[in-house]
Design a protein around this ligand. Sequence first.
Ligand SMILES: NC(=O)c1ccc[n+]([C@@H]2O[C@H](COP(=O)([O-])OP(=O)(O)OC[C@H]3O[C@@H](n4cnc5c(N)ncnc54)[C@H](O)[C@@H]3O)[C@@H](O)[C@H]2O)c1
Length: 390
Amino acid sequence: MTEEKPICVGVVGCGQFMSRQHIQTVARSPLLKLQHVADLDRRKLGAIAERYHPIRSTTDWRNVVADPEVDVVVVGVLPQLHPEIARAAIQSGKPVYVEKPLAETPAECLAIQRMASERGLPVAVGFNRRFAPATQWLRTAFRAASGPVSIVYRISDDDRIRPPDQKWKLECRLLIEVVHVFDLLAYLLQAEPVSIEARETRFNDTMVLVEFDGGSRAVIHSSSWGSLAQPKERLEAVLDRGSVEMVDFVEFRSYGVPGVPELARFAGRPYDGCDNRHVDDFARRGLEAMLEMRQRYHAAMEQSGVLADSSNEQAWAEARRMLGDPPLPQINYASDKGWGQALEHFCQAIAEGRTPENAGAVDGNRATACAVAGRKSIQLGRPVELNPAD
Ligand SMILES: NC(=O)c1ccc[n+]([C@@H]2O[C@H](COP(=O)([O-])OP(=O)(O)OC[C@H]3O[C@@H](n4cnc5c(N)ncnc54)[C@H](O)[C@@H]3O)[C@@H](O)[C@H]2O)c1
């Protein structure tokens, strides 16, 4: 344990993501203390209180923001609530870490950006992939490329798995999911997107062409029509007479790129109460281990009946039985996408009076602007230009 006073964290939202990620990060970190948690749902609050013993729990997020003991506010609820909660935290003089998307419109992002900069307070947006161990090698490889580069990025899921209370995530994949990719690409390229052209093959099955200043281009395939048995994300980039591939943050490969390994594999992320054998297995066997885990997860969801009807409680009970005791973790959380490092870095930087290196409000604004432009492009059937100065 550190001798220093821990950083007291207030958490707004105890849903499926927050309970597995940021709350567990805070609970595990000797630097951080779980001071105050909020959720409208008393059952979820109770489960968090029982396991993680926050000092306070509340159904009103305003109590978290107003708590004088809270040093940093972490927000992850429904995206339409993020701007109001973020602004209230800044108003109370507290740094705030907001899950993606920062807001549903660039105007709301800009309002948060301006308010934070007027008050000199840091805002982080939960673009955790910047902090994933696999991203570090991508970043090194991209830095070494001198000219424009071409990227193909697939991010796909089988959204039949979403239970009824998670269906809100299906509304606009560009805003809920692909914002991660818009941010990661801008970060790797250190370039601003200038034009977006998107076409939808069917609902939430979208091809997006992003053009960046400096001439780099990316094609992003985002789909909710994929399979849980397939790794969710894959990046391929052709650099200067060399290329890189990254699969689901578990494996990185390079071809003819100096200064980076030809093959690197990354440990998985552990979860409380789960079978965590994947952590070392991913580090040792990489993609092969992930494919085995995904096949097992997919089989449980299919054979239990969850994929046929995700509102069927009995099917979920059967799926849980098939996932073992302790169970496999949620499959999209098995690899290390940098969630813990991103939040810990933000809190530590604040404690030490440094500027955090997280994605900030400007980055949140850019990613939301890309999502909104993508939707507009689908409606108009033509490319939509983005103005990096906005
Ligand atoms: N960074 C990532 O990789 C990642 C992954 C998944 C989700 N997320 C983001 O995290 C956030 C939460 O996602 P989730 O999966 O936990 O969603 P969820 O639907 O499981 O949980 C949302 C929670 O918000 C609570 N809530 C709703 N209104 C509230 C209010 N007024 N006050 C307090 N609580 C309220 C609900 O009761 C629910 O528990 C979203 O913004 C989502 O986009 C990020």
